[in-house]
Design a protein around this ligand. Structure first.
Ligand SMILES: Cc1ncc(C[n+]2csc(CCOP(=O)(O)OP(=O)(O)O)c2C)c(N)n1
Ligand SMILES: [Mg+2]
Length: 394
């Protein structure tokens, strides 16, 4: 086994023959954990200008204008779904919603880099990833409406149901990836989690196993600057991406609001995993423009200037500027995309409102796959309790 030396230089890399030496590593001694644009990969500037990059351009060479328009449509549709879901929650139709506003490029660029037989393990905010995987949003809404324990069959779309327990999905992804490896397949697992999750032991444990077994897994961290009301600076003294090399995992920091750059680094990481090169850690530097969830009020802990600063870097504005510069964002394209977004949102609303409440006692049916006397006892006790209500509470 080769020895892995601690590295702090920007140009050096892990002393591991499987690592690709040209990857721009972050300098852990100087890069702050918040946004530091000089130290991440960017292919599209906030004003939509395409910056060439010899290492990463080949990874997105096939992304032509038509593909960019499709990516733009993804962005607009998921933002529209997100807005609709916020409204549904405010109208009392959903119990909770975790908006992804501002994180569209990070999620779409990475999800659109996967093969359909790769497997996704996400947190509660990856609704754009779910969209790209083809989830039926009525199913997704079930959980947030409190109608069901889980929304969909993971094997139908190769995406596990969202993990609300912070960080746990990184372990699931690593275990799944090790399984693929043992089975001799070439599928890759990807774990999505936030900046805050990297403070959780599960993420570190997952990286230990992934590195040791060179598991085909990609760790995709969306550093959206906040873990509820805790800024990333409170959790990390160095860039989050710089933690991974300590585990023996190559890492890269990318502009998470730049769909092209996200796609380039994810494709590269996926390819590395698929061809036996082991795990990669991606830190997508982005910003949560909305509240943590509909239960949160971010005006209590962050200022408007910060939001204004990030609005300039909005992933949709950037894609619009880029498409416009190529003459590809015609009124017709805009209208078509908007019409699609509106019709998807209308479907999401109708689907959500059409969800009927489950029978109360069915909550016991999916706790265990086998029968259990203590569960049966609880069920009959709860049934007796419901009988106490006039008109029936079922
Ligand atoms: C194990 C665990 N601890 C605490 C929580 C409460 N909690 C929910 S979201 C959250 C912050 C997560 O922040 P981050 O990982 O940055 O993801 P983001 O919400 O910003 O996408 C916390 C602490 C939880 N769900 N699970
Ligand atoms: Mg966060």
């Amino acid at each position: 086994m080769s020895t892995i030396q601690p590295e702090t230089s920007l140009s050096n890399h892990l002393h591991d023959e499987r690592a690709i030496p040209t990857e721009p590593m972050v300098d852990g001694t100087s890069v702050p954990p918040g946004e530091a644009s000089a130290d991440f990969l960017q292919l599209l500037t906030p004003d939509g200008h395409r910056t060439p990059n010899a290492d990463y351009d080949p990874w997105v060479a096939d992304v032509d204008v038509a593909s960019l328009v499709r990516l733009y449509e993804d962005h607009v549709v998921v933002r529209r779904i997100d807005t609709e879901a916020m409204h549904l929650q405010r109208q009392g139709q959903l119990g909770l919603w975790a908006p992804l506003l501002g994180q569209e490029a990070a999620q779409i660029g990475s999800a659109r880099s996967l093969r359909s037989d790769d497997f996704v393990f996400s947190s509660y905010r990856e609704n754009a990833v779910a969209y790209c995987r083809g989830v039926d949003f009525t199913d997704l809404m079930r959980v947030w409406r409190g109608n069901s324990h889980s929304g969909w069959d993971p094997y139908e779309i190769n995406m596990a149901i969202p993990s609300v327990i912070i960080g746990t999905q990184a372990l699931h992804a690593t275990g799944y990836a090790m399984g693929c490896q043992f089975d001799g397949g070439d599928q890759v697992a990807i774990a999505y989690f936030g900046d805050g999750a990297t403070s959780q032991g599960d993420i570190s444990e997952a990286m230990v196993f992934a590195a040791r077994f060179q598991a085909p897994v990609v760790f995709f961290c969306q550093n959206n600057q906040w873990a509820i009301s805790e800024p990333v600076e409170r959790q990390a003294r160095i860039a989050i991406a710089n933690r991974a090399p300590g585990f023996g995992i190559p890492s890269i920091r990318v502009d998470g609001n730049d769909v092209l750059a996200v796609m380039a680094v994810t494709r590269r990481a996926i390819e590395r995993a698929r061809t036996g090169g082991g795990p990669t850690f991606i830190e997508a530097v982005t910003y949560r423009m909305g509240p943590h969830t509909t239960s949160d009020d971010p005006t209590r802990y962050r200022n408007k200037e910060e939001l204004d600063e990030w609005s300039v870097k909005d992933p949709i504005k950037r894609l619009e500027a880029h498409l416009s510069s190529m003459g590809a964002l015609t009124d017709e394209v805009r209208a078509e995309v908007q019409a699609k977004a509106d019709s998807v949102a209308a479907e999401v609303r109708a689907g959500t409102l059409g969800l009927t409440d489950p029978e109360s006692l069915s909550i016991f049916d999916h706790v265990l796959s086998t029968e259990s006397s203590w569960l049966e006892r609880q069920k009959s006790q709860y049934s007796a309790y419901l009988d106490m209500f006039e008109g029936g509470a079922r």
